[in-house]
Each structure stands twice: as C-alpha cells, then as structure tokens.
Design a protein around this ligand. Structure first.
Ligand code: HSE
Length: 314
C-alpha cells in the first residue's frame, strides 16, 4: 500500500505588537490540514483544495504548498518521488493569521515525515520562507517560524537566518477576532512609513526587550506594558474597522495587551487566563455586530507543539 499522511499546522500571530517581522506566536486554532499520498510516478500533484472559495492557485508551481514540497524533493535529492496533495483550508485567507504559512508548514511537515524525517524541523525553515515569498512577495519568518516550531519565536536576524525559540508563560491566552474583511499583506506593507525617528526607535526596542524579558520572567505585567507599537499600528489601524474602540474595550476588560495580528485585519488580545479571554471575545464580537460586521473569533493558549500528524499510513 502507498504511504500517506495527514498533518495539521497552526495559525500564528505575527509581530505581537512591537516585534514587526521579528516576533510571532502559534495558536491552537484555527489551522490548515494537508493530506499527502505517495504516488507511483514522480512529480508533485495538487489533487484537491477545499475551503479556499477558489482563491488559491491550482498550478503546483504557483501554489505555496506544492511549490515548497517540490523544492524540498529537489533539494534533498528525491526527484524520483511523486506525491498527491490535498489541501484543506480550515482558516480564512488574507486574515493576518498566517494562512499561507499554516498550509506551507503542514505540507513541509507532511513530506518530511513521509521521507522519514531526514531534516530537523529548523532546517525546514528556509523552504517555508521561500513559500512565504511566493505567497506575499517577501519572505517574512514571523508566521512560518512559530507555525513550524510552535510557541513564541524571535527572528533575531534574516541574513543569516537566526531564529530563537522563546519560553511561553503557561497562563497566557490569546483572543483573536477576525472581522470579515480581507487585507493582503503586500498592500498593508505599502502604507508603512519607511523611516522612523530615533525617539520612536528607542521606544520600540525598549518594548521588544521588555516583551522578551517578560516571557522569560513570566512577568505578565511587564508583558502587558511592553505590548506597545508606535511604528506600525498607527498606520495600519485605519484599515481595521473600529480598531481604537476594540482596543480600548479589550484593555478595559483586563487584556494585558492588544494589537493587530500580522498585517490584519485580525486583531488579538493576550490575557492571563481563559476567563478574561472569553469576556473579551464576547464583548468585541458584540461590538462589531453593532456596526454590522460579522467576525470569526478564536480563543487559544499559545501552541507550543507546531505541526501535528493527525493520521499516517506507513
Ligand atoms: N510581519 C508581517 C507584516 C506579517 O506585518 O507585514 C506577516 O509576515
């Protein structure tokens, strides 16, 4: 019988306020699933995509999942292997939750398992980054790294790539609100200021260092104080309906911090414990309904596992 595997990979919150392009964390849900079957003939086939409303490319060279699997097979000397891929989108596209990263990471984890793990997880990162470049026009690792490694991740440097897993305080819970509008990362990057003042830079790196210290010290108040972004949020908040009110409500209800997830439109709050997270979820969803905006909402602890094999046959 031909080998097959089914893998889940998690959504991610990139930037985590002050860490534009250098910080990200994985959440338990939502996420994407990839099913992969070894076939008798070489080559990568994208047999089925579900849940994408026809939005994703079906050409195996243009779809990020098949493209990274093809790249993986070529670079690891397995050109003779062939696979069929079924991609099940279980999360919204263009949501700021690392949709392309979740698919890419699920695909890479699946092929690496099918090949019986020749590459350690960290070595899958360059493949995943190339997939992001295909999807967004630029390769940022702040979604793919946490999706692949789980937990909080710092990208200390891109050249050379230096990715540092960070600790996760256990009581941290994320509330994610995805208002049903779409923003493409490449568009949300075009509106950003290209230069910053020294004063703003000082404030930003103080906050980044504070956030990282807060994770190591399990200091929830420090985490909250550090979740402040003066560089990116002011430009992007205008793209997100009711942003200022959502933020004010979340903080008022006890969120440690609140911000835009990746390039939006999803927003997120981090709280200490599930109860506060659930109250925030309820209040923000309710508020968006008063202005006729539907939203998907998720509550999740930080996912420290990364991609997960759901079933396998080999
Ligand atoms: N850090 C990216 C951005 C998003 O904010 O544009 C995801 O990689």
């Amino acid at each position: 019988m031909n080998k097959s595997i089914k893998v889940f990979a998690p959504a991610t919150i990139a930037n985590v306020t002050c860490g534009f392009d250098i910080l990200g964390l994985a959440i338990d849900q939502p996420g994407d699933e990839v099913e992969m079957h070894i076939k008798d003939t070489p080559g990568v086939e994208l047999t089925e995509i579900t849940g994408d409303q026809g939005l994703l490319p079906t050409d195996p060279k243009k779809n990020t999942v098949s493209a990274v699997v093809l790249d993986y097979l070529q670079k690891t000397g397995h050109q003779d292997i062939g696979v069929n891929i079924h991609l099940h989108k279980r999360m919204p596209i263009g949501s700021g939750l690392g949709s392309s990263a979740a698919s890419t990471v699920a695909g890479l984890h699946a092929i690496n398992q099918l090949m019986e793990n020749p590459l350690p997880q960290k070595e899958l990162l360059p493949f995943a980054l190339a997939g992001e470049e295909l999807a967004c026009g630029q390769g940022h690792a702040d979604n793919v790294a946490p999706a692949l490694l789980g937990g909080f991740v710092l990208i200390r440097s891109y050249q050379p790539l230096d990715v540092i897993p960070l600790p996760t305080p256990e009581e941290l819970v994320a509330t994610v609100i995805h208002p049903q509008i779409e923003i493409q990362t490449r568009d949300a990057r075009k509106i950003l200021r290209k230069q910053v003042t020294l004063e703003d830079a000082v404030r930003q790196w103080g906050n980044i260092a504070g956030l990282v210290s807060g994770l190591y010290r399990k200091d929830y108040d420090l985490l909250g104080r550090s979740m402040d972004d003066q560089l990116i949020e002011p430009s992007r908040a205008i793209l997100i309906p009711e942003f200022a009110i959502l933020k004010q409500k979340a903080l008022h209800m006890g969120a440690l911090g609140f911000g835009i997830s990746g390039s939006g439109p999803s927003v997120f709050a981090l709280s200490r414990g599930k109860e506060t997270a659930a109250q925030i979820q309820q209040a923000l969803k309710q508020h968006l309904l008063t202005v006729d905006i539907e939203s998907d909402t998720y509550i999740s602890q930080v996912n420290t596992e990364g991609p997960k094999t759901l079933s396998s046959n080999f």
